[in-house]
Design a protein around this ligand. Structure first.
Ligand code: IPM
Ligand code: MN
Length: 359
């Protein structure tokens, strides 16, 4: 068995990011001990906590540490204080967006997989859900998120430009096609080509790329139709590739296929260090109460081991532990239902302890 030495940066960020990332780190420590790997750790600030400490949501020191590490386990950013203050010039989210750009994290992988035990946790009927398994590729460094934005007409008109280059579409498209080749060879490319020029370029590039992957069946959908089909028939999807904003919205919707946002992990990859994080946010309404579901952070650690370190067996060990935990009947509040006995509903740390035992 190969033994690896790796340096991992822990960036918990804001709100429940702190609580769930602490558990994710413990899981990494446990895996290292079990399999004889040597992981070293450091921590860095981002988001609201970084603004409070330094005035900058992505301090230079944080970025330097990210670039120098083998992988980043990330929590969440955000603070309610800014949400209702449209005039705020510095915002926690700017730290996240700059990180994505600076690290060249153009591909955001969001696997939507339903653990059988959670069939009842979703608001979608079990017979519609059973067997759903989707891998989203959300483009992460372009689109309306990063295009020119501003105000005109004395501030009475605002604009955000959605822009894509051929190169940007091709590199995310290629990642999605490659993944489809290892799965059911079915790819849905989502755009709004009936309206948007950037979407017409998107479609043109994917069509051209499809010629290189004759074994992959490609379906082109408009984003409004995808939003409907995800709920109507989630099993018809295998790999989905889409632009930054569409991917942001569709994956929150798709999280309901997995029962809860608290279950979904993501990997952001590109040119250098990969960043692994839950798709949920900072959830200030439950921060500090020990209620947050740490499974998304734990599953993010599993993605980190697999994608950045190539440690498949270690990654599977974590996923199997999550499966076993759910089979034993343990739940956090967000994935419990009326039939869950009160003593089986655990808090953040207690769920973490059970996972460590199962590993
Ligand atoms: C996400 C988040 C971010 C995004 C926010 C916090 C800027 O919603 O990672 O999905 O929109 O990309
Ligand atoms: Mn989002």
């Amino acid at each position: 068995m190969k033994m690896v030495k790796k340096h991992i940066l822990i960036v918990p960020g804001d709100g429940i990011g702190q609580e769930v990332t602490a558990v994710g780190k413990k899981v990494l420590e446990k895996i290292a001990a079990k399999f004889g790997h040597e992981f070293t750790y450091d921590e860095a600030l981002i988001g609201h906590e970084a603004i409070e400490a330094t005035g900058d949501p992505l301090p230079a020191e944080t970025l330097a540490k990210m670039k120098a590490s083998d992988a980043v386990l990330f929590g969440a950013v955000g603070h309610p204080k800014y949400d209702n203050d449209p005039s705020a010039k510095v915002r926690p989210e700017q730290g996240l967006l700059r990180m994505r750009k600076e690290l060249g994290l153009y591909a955001n992988l969001r696997p939507i997989k339903l653990f059988d035990e959670l069939l009842g946790a979703s608001s979608i009927k079990p017979e519609i859900l059973k067997g759903a398994d989707i891998l989203f590729f959300r483009e992460l460094t372009g689109d309306i998120y990063f295009g020119e934005k501003g105000r005109k007409n004395n501030g009475d008109t605002a604009y955000d430009v959605a822009e894509y280059s051929r190169y940007e579409v091709e590199r995310i498209g290629r990642k999605a096609f490659d993944a489809a080749m290892t799965r059911k060879k079915h790819l849905v490319s989502v755009d709004k080509a009936n309206v948007l020029e950037s979407s017409r370029l998107w479609r043109e590039v994917i069509q051209k790329l499809a010629l290189e992957y004759p074994e992959v069946t490609v379906e082109y959908q408009f984003v409004d139709a995808t939003a409907m089909l995800l709920i109507k028939d989630p099993k018809r999807f295998d790999v989905v590739v889409t632009a930054n904003l569409f991917g942001d919205i569709l994956t929150d919707e798709a999280s309901q296929i997995a029962g809860s946002m608290g279950m979904l992990a993501s990997a952001s990859i590109g040119d250098g260090t990969g960043v692994y994080e839950p798709i949920h946010g900072s959830a200030h309404d439950i921060t500090g109460k020990g209620l947050a579901n740490p499974l998304a952070s734990i599953l993010s650690a599993a993605l980190l081991l697999d994608i950045s370190f190539g440690l498949k067996k270690e990654s599977e060990t974590i996923i199997n532990a999550v499966d076993a935990l759910l089979k034993k009947g343990f739940r956090t509040r967000d994935i419990a239902d009326a039939s869950t006995p009160a003593n089986m509903i655990l808090g953040t740390e207690a769920i973490g302890e059970e996972i460590l035992k199962l590993i």
